[in-house]
Design a protein around this ligand. Sequence first.
Ligand code: 5GP
Length: 119
Amino acid sequence: MSEETIFTKIIKGEIPSKQVYHDDLVTAFEDINPKAKHHILIVTNKPIPTVSDVEQEDEQLMGHLFIVARKIAEQLGVAKSGYRLIVNCGKDGCQEVPHIHMHFLAGGNLGLGGFPENK
Ligand code: 5GP
């Protein structure tokens, strides 16, 4: 059996986090090292390691990440002003935690591409 990821422990409440959303499929909480005024991680409750491990049966779950991103944007009042969604995959994608998650970044102009330089 594979080891639990730090995100599984956060989802189970074994490690504290500032949770902003939770349902049967995903959990969202503030990133511990924010790269923008708002930096939320939207994490699948199912511990899929990377996008390369996504199966056909995960199609609805993957779509749900975007539905929750839209809800969080509305919660934060940035649906109209805009935000950025990032999914890192594997070593060259600089994915640190092997548990699929979408970065939600918002709060001011984020500049072009990737993570903003300063929060
Ligand atoms: P990745 O590089 O895998 O796409 O992003 C992982 C993210 O998880 C990083 O932005 C990092 O700051 C965040 N992170 C790592 N450990 C923790 C933690 O224990 N709690 C929270 N809230 N975020 C974490």
